[in-house]
Design a binder for this molecule. Structure first.
Ligand code: EPU
Length: 428
């Protein structure tokens, strides 16, 4: 397995192009199931999760050509409406084929995603919503079997809590249901708005995306689409934190600052300069960092997907900061790895106290999930001595388009070591 090797201590200067958003591209790829004909997705990032979704769509009977940033999906007629365990276990977002398949073909069999490193992550809200639209649901041998032989019917769906992929799954299902649906207590994330934009291009009538209540007038038929995916706010946020941590002056091209307001406020409070320059965002930091408290929350609050990276930044600020994780119950897996690099962080339940200002040193560390991997790469950029080997890079590759190359292009000493090369000379 590949390793990312980082030698710290370099300031960052230059330009980083921000890729299309993973979490917008995934539901939009699933939405291609709602119509026949050829859909075209532009600005798609080069990521492992995109390949996994392409493999899933192919399994379902679609033709998928991935030539990132362009992806073409086509196909006519009835697919095999089944998402197997082997694909779903690689990527929980596969659950988003459930809504489109049952809405369009009256039947779907999708492997029930298990827990993952960051939490138990149930899908009860997805299933409850589909039942409200008239589907019968049963769990059989690890699979969700959903049936609605005589078409889904529009209804009111009240989510017990805002769920991003749950909202997206139900929006896609309601777009082909008979009559009007009202989704209440919806997730507000920009990726939900992006999906609404695409569904409306397909001929659905979706209103209110980005607010608590989304109204959807179901259509009898939807058309294929041509759509350029919005820039990735979490990739942009990750580079903002990387520059803040390493110091320097970097321009992030096509960074959606309007979707990162709370992060920008927190970074400015920590002493980082952030300004908009046309469609780019300029990030500068040359003064010492200050400690800042953050609590994760659904959008527009501080994103859970930025918590691990921000924690590394706080390791560099003289003083104590408090980081509270409210979305996932087990999203502090990076803490022991950062401890191996010299960080001092106490965890008490969902709260981490970061005692910053201690020098970090290079170490071999293990990525446990996507955003934790990114945090370890950032920690590697700021070590005073030694080199950092981030292992299990497949987590990083799920959501970052060649992070080591983008960082190297702005002056970081980062390289990917292929396969088992890094094990040579290793005492372990
Ligand atoms: N939840 C339930 N029941 C449900 C669905 C969710 O209890 O049926 C709970 C979850 O366990 C969690 C909370 O609701 O405690 C919010 O989870 P949500 O459903 O919003 O998360 P998700 O849709 O599975 C998406 C992103 C995640 C991101 C979260 C939160 C995609 C493909 N994934 O996941 O992205 O962390 O929203 O913003 O959009 C990542 O990119 O690294 C990543 C994990």
């Amino acid at each position: 397995m590949d390793v990312i090797r980082i030698r710290g201590g370099k300031r960052l200067h230059g330009v980083v192009p921000i890729s299309g958003a993973k979490n917008a591209a995934l539901p939009v790829l699933c939405a291609t199931l709602l119509s026949d004909g050829e859909s075209l997705l532009r600005n798609v990032p080069r990521l492992r999760d995109i390949e996994t979704t392409a493999a899933l769509l192919r399994f379902l009977g679609r033709n998928v050509e991935v030539d990132t940033p362009l992806v073409r999906v086509s196909g006519n007629g009835e697919p095999r409406p089944e998402a197997p365990y082997e694909l779903v276990k690689q990527m929980r977002a596969s659950i988003m084929v459930l809504g489109p398949l049952v809405a369009r073909y009256g039947r779907a069999k999708v492997s029930l995603p298990g827990g993952c490193q960051i939490g138990t992550r149930p899908v009860d809200q997805h299933l409850k919503g589909l039942e409200a639209l008239g589907a019968t649901i049963r769990i059989s041998r690890g699979y969700i079997v959903a049936e609605a032989p005589s078409r889904l019917r529009g209804n009111e769906i009240v989510f017990d809590l805002p769920t991003v992929t749950g909202t997206e799954n139900l929006m896609m299902a309601a777009a082909l249901a008979k009559g009007k649906s009202t989704l209440v207590n919806c997730a507000h994330e920009p990726e939900v708005e992006e999906l609404a934009l695409v569904l409306n291009k397909m001929g659905a009538r979706v209103n209110g995306a980005g607010t608590d209540v989304i109204q959807i007038e179901g259509a009898d038929e939807l058309a294929p689409f041509d759509h350029a995916i919005v820039s990735d706010r979490i990739e942009a946020g990750t580079y903002m934190v990387a520059v803040a941590a390493a110091g320097g002056d970097v321009l992030l091209e096509n960074a959606p600052l309007e979707h990162l307001e709370v992060l920008a406020v927190k970074l400015r409070a920590a002493g980082v300069e952030i300004s908009r320059e046309g469609t780019a965002v300029r990030v500068r930091r040359d003064k010492p960092l200050r400690p800042v408290d953050v609590t994760t929350a659904p959008h527009p609050g501080f994103p859970t997907d930025m918590q691990a990276q921000f924690m590394v930044l706080m390791c560099l600020a003289e003083g104590t900061s408090r980081i509270v994780e409210t979305i996932f119950e087990n999203r502090f897996m990076h803490v022991p790895e950062l401890g191996r690099m010299g960080a001092l962080i106490d965890v008490d339940g969902h709260t981490a106290h970061v005692h910053g200002g201690r020098p970090l040193s290079g170490a071999k560390v293990m990525a446990t999930d996507l955003r934790a991997s990114a945090s370890l790469v950032i920690a590697g950029l700021v070590t005073a001595e030694g080199e950092t080997d981030v292992q299990r890079v497949y987590h990083l590759d799920r959501g970052y388009d060649h992070m080591e190359r983008k960082l190297a292009a702005i002056g970081a000493d980062t390289q990917r070591i292929k396969g088992d090369e890094h094990i040579k000379g290793d005492e372990a």
